[in-house]
Design a protein around this ligand. Structure first.
Ligand code: DGL
Length: 274
């Protein structure tokens, strides 16, 4: 019998997936979580596909060695590159892959254009083309690849002038008349929400996939009898492959900051590598 009190594994190329982890913790406060942030190898988005796949397999193997009961790919890039391969390899393991929240953006807006901000890999892989075909056929969707933005966030510069200038230049160059919605198709980007708002103004609706995947996780664990029966709050264990304390500090700051405030679960940290 599977022990429902085993942890849930999360992974991302770096600190971005913490935006998803936060939402999952809100929904599932009695679960234990292990978060594997691969900042040593970030960004994934402009790497060759085979490299992203290998890094993803390594992350999955690590999480399995920690006896997780499910794995959440809190990384759009890894989902597009490798989720199908990992599912083939581990058919009995519940695996969840985040995808750009294009569907809610389509459902909640009419006319104009929808801008999807994501990495090069996410925007060029087949998974995104299939998603567009499924949910946004009759809409004007603009793909906005943002190389360099993940690096700014990993460096703790999410709210810097540099990030504001970056976003401002990106949207100026875009020249799209009526932006109705912006989809944050990379899990790092919710952390630049306020400079993004400064640049695009109050009108466009902004979507990310954290809530959708967290609800899906909750539903599947419930259906499979895999929800923890713990009464007390669960623990979050943060791992960062960079071996750099600064990245762990940044991870904690991102996890504990932001609105709406979340209850503070006990934190436990670890670094991998030197
Ligand atoms: N957070 C990852 C994503 O959702 C960033 C990818 C990268 O490292 O380039 O796509």
């Amino acid at each position: 019998m599977t022990d429902p009190n085993r942890p849930i594994g999360f992974f991302d190329s770096g600190v971005g997936g913490i935006s998803v982890l936060k939402q999952a913790v809100r929904l599932l406060p009695h679960e234990n979580f292990i978060y594997y942030g691969d900042s040593l190898n970030a960004p994934y988005g402009s790497r060759p596909l085979a490299e992203i796949q290998q890094l993803t397999f390594d992350a999955v193997d690590y999480l399995l060695s920690r006896n997780v009961k499910a794995i959440v790919f809190a990384c759009n890039t890894a989902t597009s590159a490798a989720v199908h391969l990992v599912r083939e390899k581990h058919p009995d393991l519940p695996i969840f892959g985040i995808e750009p929240a294009l569907k809610p953006a389509v459902e909640n807006t009419e006319g104009g254009s929808i801008v999807v901000m994501a990495t090069e890999t996410t925007l060029k892989e087949q998974k995104f083309a299939q998603l567009m075909d499924r949910v946004a056929r009759d809409r004007h969707v603009v793909k906005l690849c943002c190389p360099g933005l993940v690096e700014l966030i990993e460096e703790g510069k999410a709210h810097s002038q540099e990030t504001l200038d970056y976003l401002s230049d990106k949207f100026k160059a875009l020249d799209v008349p009526e932006i109705k919605a912006i989809v944050l198709g990379c899990t790092h980007y919710p952390f630049i929400l306020s400079p993004l708002r400064q640049v695009v103004g109050p009108t466009p609706l902004i979507f990310d996939g954290a809530d959708g995947i967290s609800r899906h996780l909750q539903n599947v664990l419930t259906q499979r009898g895999l929800l923890s029966d713990r009464q007390e709050p669960g623990e979050i264990h943060l791992i960062n492959t960079s071996g750099d304390e600064k990245l762990l500090e940044l991870s904690i700051a991102l996890l504990t900051a932001q609105d709406p405030p979340m209850s503070d679960p006990p934190l436990d940290m670890e670094t991998l590598g030197s």
